[in-house]
Design a protein around this ligand. Structure first.
Ligand code: PFF
Length: 445
């Protein structure tokens, strides 16, 4: 077996992890989920979920990855817990599954970059979405997006992932910041800030039952948890920097980009009198494209926005492909590039059905979000909290001046609050799958 790769720099690791975290979840899903769940009230719960549940869970993944220095499937045997291999298998399968349709949406984004440049959707953004979101063209752009992802992963950890995310992440922040400043100049946009930034406690309390699971689920998805991605990225650390400091930096940057996306989206929508309600997977594309079509310099702005979305999607997709690739790199003699191409082709094939019908994509997404993700996070937490306990605490403290008390506090989060939050999300997720499948007429709670 050849020497395992490591990140060249600490910043490289942090930016790669931020690249994984910042994705379609932040820029496409987050503002619209906020819209569907009552605006600022949702954000309050979401922030609590990110910091109290997501952050400790991210550290749990880091602790496993850095100590094992192995892919998620073999990590557990490496740590002396062969029986827990299922955790890594679940994560790796989730990555495989999620990338299959994430790449389809990535393909839509590529299409929208081009469509913005030519003004193709200016005459009717809903019809445009209908035409490009499913069918042979969608399959084609799914292939293009997957090829880009494979291209980066094939180049390796430092030359591919580290180098590209070092460019992509700052570009995302700069472009999105520019768009937010511009959106601030729109007449009537201020109503968007009010909606987005001032929580209504009554709305919050009245809808806590639905807001809570949505917020926890979104927190895991946006932090790239439950798919082996953070285990994998931490396995390339090969250094003793502070995991809590790196983790906090990643969580804060990711949250910042999500909030920034809202500062772009809401003033645009409100300035045009568009309600940011829910409307399924296509809503963001249809509403935003519709908005660009009405704005001066809409082509230019549309290209800017969708390029941001593309960079965000790509830097996340590479982390998903890396999870699967690293398993085979660790276990076969074939070259990384051959493996990345073969896996990219297999995942592409799995995604083809969701490129042929948006309802199919919605099913793929529901299975991932409601079942695979919470199950995988839950098993990992049980492992770190209850099986690997002492070693995990020691690993968290390595390279830090974190007190024993601080580490133990983290451990108790990982043992109690966090798994309970995930368990509740899992049960509610199963319920919503049952409703979607018609097995339940309406949610019980
Ligand atoms: N965090 C990404 C997003 O918000 O779009 C999605 C994601 C990427 C989830 C990588 C999981 C993962 F491993």
């Amino acid at each position: 077996m050849s020497q395992r790769e490591t990140w060249a720099t600490r910043v490289g690791f942090i930016l790669a992890a931020v690249g994984s975290a910042v994705g379609l979840g932040n820029i496409w899903q987050f503002p619209f989920q906020t819209g569907a769940n009552g605006g600022a009230a949702f954000i309050v719960v979401y922030l609590a979920a990110v910091f109290l549940i997501g952050f400790p869970a991210m550290l749990a993944e880091f602790v496993v990855g850095r100590r094992a220095e192995r892919n998620p499937i073999d990590a557990f045997a490496r740590l002396g817990h062969r029986n827990w291999k299922i955790v890594g298998v679940l994560g790796t399968l989730s990555a495989f599954w999620i990338l299959s349709f994430y790449s389809v949406v990535g393909g839509w984004v590529v299409r929208y970059v081009l469509g913005s440049a030519t003004g193709a959707y200016f005459s009717g953004s809903e019809a445009y979405f209908g035409a490009i979101s499913a069918g042979p063209e969608a399959v084609g752009f799914h292939a293009v997006f997957m090829a880009l992802t494979v291209g980066v992963v094939a180049l390796g950890v430092t030359d591919g992932i580290e180098r590209s995310t070092k460019l992509m992440v700052p570009s995302i922040v700069i472009l999105l910041g520019g768009l937010a400043v511009w959106a601030g100049t729109l007449e009537g946009g201020a109503a968007g800030y009010a909606y987005y930034l001032s929580p209504d406690v009554d709305v919050l309390l009245a809808n806590l039952g639905s807001i809570l699971p949505a917020a926890v689920g979104q927190a895991f998805f946006t932090l790239s948890l439950g798919m082996g991605a953070m285990i994998t990225y931490a396995s390339y650390l090969g250094r003793d920097d502070s995991l809590p400091v790196d983790g906090a930096t990643i969580v804060v940057l990711n949250t910042f980009v999500g909030l920034l996306a809202g500062l772009v989206v809401f003033p645009i929508l409100f300035s045009l009198g568009i309600e940011p309600g829910s409307g399924g997977l296509g809503a963001a594309f249809i509403t935003l494209a519709g908005a660009f079509a009405q704005l001066p310099a809409g082509r230019f702005l549309g290209v800017g926005f969708f390029v941001v979305l593309l960079l965000a999607a790509l830097s996340s997709a590479i982390s998903l492909l890396e999870v699967v690739t690293t398993y085979l790199v660790d276990n076969t003699d074939r070259s990384r590039s051959t493996l990345a191409v073969a896996l990219g082709a297999a995942i592409f094939a799995l995604g083809v059905p969701s490129a042929l019908g948006v309802p199919i994509l919605s099913w793929y997404n529901a299975i991932a979000y409601n079942l695979l993700l919470p199950l995988s996070v839950l098993t990992l937490l049980l492992f770190v909290g209850w099986a690997d306990t002492d070693d995990a605490v020691a690993e968290l403290r390595r390279g830090t001046d974190l007190s024993e008390g601080g580490a133990v506090a983290w451990l108790w989060f990982v043992r109690t609050l966090v798994p309970l939050g995930v368990l509740a999300t899992l049960l509610l997720g199963l319920q919503s799958l049952a409703v979607k499948a018609g097995l339940l007429a309406a949610p019980l709670v």
